[in-house]
Structure formats: C-alpha cells, structure tokens
Design a protein around this ligand. Structure first.
Ligand code: NAP
Length: 498
C-alpha cells in the first residue's frame, strides 16, 4: 500500500484532509504510486495560518544570526540527504537524477547564502540634515508569508522562497504543486530536524484553485510569493491587488538563444541541446527559440537534429537517461497539441520528434525531442510557452534582426547570445528585454546569489534569489534618532536659504 503523507501544521503531521486525499504517481511509470496526500481546504489553511501567526512574535524577535544558524543546519541536512531527496524528486516529477541532484544543490547553496545574510542584511546609515541626529534604515519582517510553488524545481523553488522569508523573520505556509508534494514533505522534515520552532513553517497540500486560492485570500497573510504560469499569476495579482497584499510573481518564459555567424558552433549546439531538452524543456528558462544567422543556419540545424536524435529517453532514475518524461498526461497533450499547431503553420517544418515514443516508453508521459525549422515571429509556436522538449529555429540576416526577433515576445525571462564579437555581446546585454542574459552560455543555469526573474508577462517586477530576494520578504523602516535634547524641525530649522 502507498505511504500516507501529511500536512505539517504547528509542528504536527496530519494525514487527514477536509477535502479527501489525492494520489501522487510517477510520470515515468504511472502505476508507481509514490504516496497519498491530504486534499486540504479552508480548514487546514485556517489552522496553518493561525499557527504561523502565533509563532511570528517569537521568531521575528529571534536574532537574525541565530535564524541563520538554523538555516545553516538546514543546508547541512540537505547535503546529507541530497541523494535520497533527488531520487524522490525524480520519481515524482520525472527529470533525470543529475538534474534533481542539481535541484537539491541549489537548495543547499540557497541555505548557506541566506544563513550568511543573517549576519548582514545591510541597511543604510546616512547623515541627517540636522545636528545631533542619526538616520538609518533597517529591514523588518512582513508577517506570515504564503508560498505557492510549481513542480519543475520541487526542492529549489520552495527554498528560494522559504529561506529568505525565514531569515527576514517571517513565518510561512507553503502550498506545493500536487505533482511534487513528496519533495516538499522532505523539506519540512529537514526544517523540523534542524530545529525550526513549531508553527514557523507549515505545509498544506492541495490543488491550486481551492487550497492555493484560500491561502492567497487569507486576510492574515502579509505576502504571497508565487511561481507558476502567467495565467495563474494574473489571477493571484487580481486577488492580492484587491486586498493591497504584497505579491511577488515569477511566471512564464519563451526564451531565445541567438547564434551569430561568428559563434563557436560546437558550443552553441551543446548549449541549445541542454537549454531545450534539459528537464524535458520544462524549465521557465528553457530555450524554445533558436535565432540563427543564415550563414550558419543550415550547418547548425543539421548538426542539432543529429545530436538531438541521439538523446536517450527513459526513466530519470536510470543514470544513463538524458531526457525524462513530461510531468503528467495533460502536459503531454499540451505539448503534442503545439506540435500539431506547428505543423499546420505556414512555413514551419517539423524536422524531428513531434510525438510520444512507442514501445516500453509508451506507459510513461514521454515525448520525443522536437525540432521545428522555418519558424517566424507570427507563428504560435514562436510566441506561446510550450513547456516541453520543443525548439523552433528562426533564421535571421543580421544582429539587429536577431535582437528584434528575440524581443518580439510577451515574455522576458532568460536569453542568450553566442558570438565572439565583444562589441555585439555588450550591445546585446543592453538591448535584450529580459531579466537574465547569458553570453556564450545557454538560457538555463541561474545561480542563487544573483537576481532571478523577468520583465513583461514574466512577472511583476520582483526578483528572487540574492539580496533582491530579501526585498520580497521585508519592509524597510526609516529610523531617526534625535540626541539634541530639543525639538528640531526638518526642512524648517537651519535651512541655508532662510
Ligand atoms: P500553475 O498551473 O500556475 O501552478 C503553479 C502553482 O500554483 C501550483 O502549486 C498550483 O497548484 C498553484 N495554483 C494553480 N492555480 C491556482 C490558483 N487559482 N490560486 C492559487 N494557486 C494556484 O503552473 P504550472 O503549470 O504548474 O507550472 C509551469 C509554469 O510555471 C510555466 O508557465 C513556467 O514557466 C512557470 N515557472 C516559472 C518560473 C519562474 O521563476 N519564472 C519557475 C518555474 C516555473 P496545483 O498545480 O497543485 O493545482
């Protein structure tokens, strides 16, 4: 019988859900049931938010360096359990082991980074305009944070949100995706073992439209941090806007890699393969448009197709597998649907893939690496996020045309250009409309100490990771200390123009 997992509320594991239970199955082999999880509703959200609110005063008064020591222990425990968590994550969401190990490593890096922030969290000290007066700014926690996460980075994304929230002195309630609840359970177990006090971190399983929406609407939640699709993000922004709640949104992408005629083609092809087919194309930063100078387009296309053909599909738990399954049946139908759309678009040519593989892989949600050529900006496969192993090749005649094509998108998360011309590289850094630009590297591979997020429909202006991650989870307070012993009036006393 499959294991029963629980919600984690006020330091207790509770397997019962007010809306029943749901099963979590492996996308590589849907007969493999990973566990049964509670389907939660208002009741559980209410209990979790109450626990977090009660734990807030003590946690927010715990000195930040002490909070940092707990986060350091969380990092140590993630290291200790890295392989076990990676295997569980691969089993529940499909990506290959090397990548889920990377996912856990990102969590470890994030823990040590924010543990260090406990001893920094710099504010400013500034001169004031009056004598015998001191001015400074400090960060204060917001309160109870509501975190809603997708399944594609089942460990890293919850850590990107929970670690900065905790170091700033907030308490939290996490609702992970129903496609990756077991990895979130592991994270909570590690918080518990590391000594996070009860009520400070809470986990509530359930679906987005019910459990997630109840969290977003709860009046005691001070900040929502969400990663997922632009459509859901828009709905969350509408709800939080109405209640003036802070809300940070990390949303979709339609990332492009430019390859200029002077590029190192071996490197550019290797980058495109990794960017397009890593995580089976299910990264918000995945490369889904390859914008290539026409002088090298034919050679690059031929070689890319040859190498993509050789990628080994299979269960991500087998070390030799290079491409795992898509996360679920709906996602496979969506990707297959886009491949049909692509084939019907005037001028686009399917060169590879476009379908689910047969044979023993047909029981899982696998999909063949897919390459389209002849793609142009007016096509749907150029404009819409597919979130699968599909790359469209766009031919251009100049650097200017390449940049214009890259920017011709409602999204603006990641981007890349391969060129040996340093002047072009710097012009690209200036002109590309995206939150992340790589020079001679693929569109994937963010590190935890630099800002992460995008422009346009990719978000609402916040940046996760690094010090910008602290901005999501803290309020700035300006502090004035007057040690003159008399009433001093800013802008009025001692103004030089008077
Ligand atoms: P999604 O459908 O928007 O779901 C994301 C999370 O939101 C899940 O936990 C989901 O719960 C929950 N949710 C769904 N509807 C909700 C609602 N009305 N209220 C509150 N919560 C709700 O996204 P997805 O399809 O799982 O993930 C893929 C998308 O995420 C892609 O667009 C990808 O680009 C984006 N993404 C962005 C980043 C980034 O940092 N920019 C990173 C990773 C992924 P359930 O799934 O359990 O129903």
């Amino acid at each position: 019988m499959a294991a029963a997992y629980g919600n984690f509320i006020n330091g207790k594991w509770i397997t019962k859900g007010s809306r029943g239970t749901f099963e979590n199955r492996s996308p590589a082999d849907p007969s493999d049931v990973i566990g049964i999880f509670p389907e939660s509703g208002h009741e559980e959200i209410e209990a979790a938010v109450r626990a977090a609110a009660e734990a807030l005063p003590a946690w927010s008064r715990t000195p930040a360096p002490r909070r940092g020591e707990i986060l350091r222990r969380v990092g140590d425990l993630l290291s200790k359990h890295k392989d076990e968590i990676a295997k569980l994550a691969t089993r529940e969401m499909g990506k290959v082991l090397a990548e889920t190990r990377g996912d856990v490593q990102e969590g470890i890096d994030c823990a040590y980074y924010y543990a260090g922030e406990g001893r920094r969290m710099f504010g400013q000290t500034v001169p004031t305009e009056l004598p015998n007066k001191f001015g400074m700014s400090i960060r204060r926690p917001i309160g109870v944070a509501g975190l809603i996460t997708p399944w594609n980075f089942p460990l890293a994304i919850p850590t990107w949100k929970s670690f900065p929230a905790l170091i700033c002195g907030n308490t939290l309630v996490l609702k992970p995706a129903e496609d990756s609840p077991a990895t979130a359970v592991k994270l909570m177990e590690i918080f518990e073992e590391a000594g996070v006090p009860k009520g400070v971190v809470n986990l509530v399983h359930g679906d987005g439209p019910n459990t997630g929406a109840a969290l977003v609407k709860h009046e005691k939640i001070g900040v929502i941090s969400f990663t997922g699709s632009s459509e859901t993000g828009r709905e969350i922004a509408r709800l939080t806007g109405g209640s003036l709640k802070r809300c940070s949104l990390e949303l979709g992408g339609k990332n492009a890699q430019i390859v200029m005629e002077d590029a190192d083609l071996d490197l550019a092809i290797e980058g495109a393969l990794w960017g397009a087919f890593g995580t089976t194309g299910q990264r918000c930063t995945a490369t889904s448009r390859l914008i290539v100078h026409k002088k090298v387009a034919s050679e690059l296309t031929g070689r890319l197709v040859e190498q993509a053909k050789k990628l080994k599909l299979g269960n991500g738990l087998e070390e030799s597998t290079q491409v795992g399954p898509l996360v679920n049946k709906t996602q496979r139908e969506r990707v297959a649907g886009y491949c049909m759309v692509g084939q019907e678009e005037d001028g686009a040519k399917l060169l590879l893939g476009g379908k689910a593989p047969g044979g023993k892989l047909s029981k899982g949600y696998f999909f063949e690496p897919t390459v389209f050529a002849g793609v142009t900006p007016k096509m749907r496969i150029f404009q819409e996020e597919i979130f699968g192993p599909v790359i469209g090749i766009v031919e251009v005649k100049s650097f200017e045309e390449a940049i214009a094509a890259l920017n011709d998108s409602r999204y603006g998360l990641s981007s890349s250009i391969y060129t040996k011309d340093v002047n072009r590289a710097f012009k690209a850094i200036e002109q590309i409309e995206a939150g992340i630009t790589y020079i001679n590297g693929p569109t994937i591979g963010a590190e935890v100490h630099l800002p992460f997020g995008g422009v346009k429909d990719t978000g609402n202006g916040h940046r996760e990771a690094g010090i910008t991650g602290l901005d999501i989870f803290s309020e700035w307070k300006a502090v004035y200390v007057d040690y003159s012993g008399k009433l001093q009036k800013a802008q009025i006393d001692t103004h030089p123009d008077d």
